[in-house]
Design a protein around this ligand. Structure first.
Ligand SMILES: [Zn+2]
Length: 114
């Protein structure tokens, strides 16, 4: 199965949702191969590559290094860049942020904080 990765090009650098710093790359990657019930879920989500947060993430280091060397993605860099991008995206961990937030809100509601 071929998984498509879209690199989103923005005027402003993407902000890392984890630390708030400027990220290196914003991409939309397929995610959610199985849900909690074991069923397959098809979805795409935006992920930000952050030099700080992703330094130790599998597959991310070569891509971060690439950005340090090249600055930013250019059309003509496509082959090496695409290879690194795919290597990263294959292993990118997509935290179930929405589910966690929902759980937190339910918990707060139960405690009467909402
Ligand atoms: Zn970060």
């Amino acid at each position: 199965m071929k998984r498509r990765i879209d690199v989103m090009t923005t005027q402003e650098p993407p902000l890392c949702p984890r630390c708030g710093a400027e990220g290196l790359l914003w991409a939309r990657v397929p995610h959610g191969w199985a849900n909690a019930a074991g069923g397959a879920v098809e979805g795409r989500t935006g992920v930000v590559l952050c030099a700080g947060c992703d330094a130790d993430a599998p597959g991310a280091a070569p891509l971060i290094t690439w950005f340090h060397v090249h600055g930013q993605a250019q059309e003509q860099d496509s082959e090496e860049f695409a290879r690194l991008l795919v290597a990263w995206a294959e292993q990118v961990a997509v935290p179930p942020l929405d589910e966690q937030r929902l759980d937190t809100e339910i918990e707060m509601w139960r405690r009467g904080d909402l």
